[in-house]
Design a protein around this ligand. Structure first.
Ligand SMILES: [Zn+2]
Length: 313
C-alpha cells in the first residue's frame, strides 16, 4: 500500500502528539490513504485516537486550503492537527470576541443583560460599520449574531492595557502585541480588539485559548457561554450543528483586500453543557466562517461524537 508523503507526515505528527489515549495511534502503514479509503467502519468500532480524528479532519477539509485542530479538554491531548495551513497565523477575526467580553467582565465594564444598539454602524464612530442593522442586543444576542457595533462599544470600555494582558494570559501573544501597538489609535484599537487589523493567531493558539476560557473562571464563562450556544442554535454558526450533540462556538471572517478571499474560522466546543473537546476549523477561501468553516467542524465533531464521546461517559 502506498501512502502519500504529506499524509505520512501528518499522521506522524498527530501520533507523536498522542500518548494519553486508550490505545496507541495506529502505525501510518495500516491507515488507508485518503484517496483510497477502505470500507467504512461500523459506528463505534473505530478507536478514538489521533489517526482516526485526523482522518476525519482531512476528509472534512477535502483538500481545501485550511486547517483543523482538535483538543481533548480533559487530557490536554491534541487529537488532530491537519491541513496545509495549520502553521499559518491569519487574523482571528470575530473568534476573538469572547475574550473581549471576558476582559470587559473582569474590568466591571459589561452587564451581559444590558443592551447596546446597532443601526449598521458604531454610534461613536460612524466609519466603523456593521454588516447588518442588528438593533438592541444583549451580550448573548451580540455573540450569536457577531454584531461588530456591540463589540466596538465593548472595546471602547476596556483599557488597551487590560485587553492586552487578557490576551497574553490566554496564550494569544501576537494579538496582545497588536493591541498594544494600536493602543494610541482609537479606531485601530477597536478594530484589533475584534480580531482584525494586525491581530494574528494560529489555529493551535486559538484552540488552546478557548480551552483556557472553558477551564477558568466559571462565573465569567457562565456569562459568555449562552452567546456561544446561541451562535450555533440560532446565529452565525448554525452549520456546526451536530445531531445528538450540543455544540457551542464562534465564527470569524476576515476579508482580504488583495485577493477577494477570506480567512474563515469556526472555534467550537462540545458538549456545550460539559465541554470535553475543542475544535478549530479554518479555511482560506471565498465565503464566511459560518459557510466554510462551521460545516468542517460539524464533520469532525460528528466523528468525535461517534468514536470518542463514550470514553468520557
Ligand atoms: Zn451589528
Amino acid at each position: 500500500m502506498r501512502t502519500s508523503t504529506p499524509l505520512l507526515i501528518t499522521l506522524a505528527l498527530a501520533a507523536s502528539a498522542c500518548h494519553a489515549g486508550p490505545e496507541p495511534a495506529a502505525p501510518a502503514r495500516e491507515v488507508a490513504p485518503r484517496d483510497a479509503p477502505g470500507p467504512a467502519p461500523k459506528p463505534g468500532t473505530e478507536a478514538c485516537d489521533a489517526s482516526t480524528i485526523t482522518d476525519a479532519a482531512d476528509r472534512a477539509l477535502a483538500g481545501r486550503a485550511g486547517a483543523v485542530v482538535v483538543l481533548d479538554l480533559e487530557s490536554g491531548e491534541t487529537l488532530a492537527e491537519a491541513g496545509e495551513l495549520v502553521a499559518s497565523a491569519p487574523p482571528p477575526a470575530s473568534t476573538l470576541k469572547p475574550f473581549l467580553a471576558r476582559a470587559a467582565l473582569r474590568a466591571g465594564a459589561l452587564d451581559p443583560r444590558a443592551t447596546v444598539s446597532c443601526d449598521g454602524a458604531w454610534s461613536r464612530d460612524r466609519a466603523l460599520t456593521c454588516f447588518a442593522e442588528h438593533g438592541a442586543l444583549t451580550l448573548e444576542d451580540a455573540l450569536a449574531t457577531s454584531c461588530n457595533a456591540y463589540f466596538y462599544e465593548l472595546a471602547s470600555r476596556v483599557e488597551p492595557d487590560a485587553l492586552a494582558r487578557e490576551l497574553r494570559d490566554v496564550g494569544l501573544p501576537s494579538v496582545s502585541d497588536a493591541i498594544a501597538a494600536a493602543a494610541d489609535d482609537p479606531r485601530a484599537y477597536v478594530a484589533t480588539a475584534i480580531g482584525h487589523g494586525d491581530a494574528s493567531a494560529t489555529p493551535s493558539q486559538l484552540a488552546s485559548a478557548y480551552a483556557t476560557l472553558l477551564r477558568r473562571d466559571p462565573e465569567l464563562l457562565a456569562a459568555i457561554a449562552p452567546g456561544l450556544e446561541a451562535a450555533v442554535a440560532r446565529g452565525t454558526a448554525q452549520q456546526a450543528t451536530v445531531d445528538g450533540l450540543a455544540v457551542a462556538g464562534k465564527t470569524g471572517t476576515a476579508s482580504h483586500d488583495d485577493d477577494g478571499e477570506n480567512d474563515a474560522w469556526f472555534v467550537g466546543y462540545a458538549p456545550a453543557e460539559d465541554p470535553k473537546v475543542v475544535v478549530v476549523s479554518y479555511v482560506h477561501g471565498a465565503g464566511s466562517g459560518g459557510e466554510l468553516a462551521a460545516p468542517i467542524a460539524r464533520e469532525v465533531l460528528t466523528a468525535w461524537s461517534s468514536r470518542c464521546r463514550e470514553r468520557h461517559a
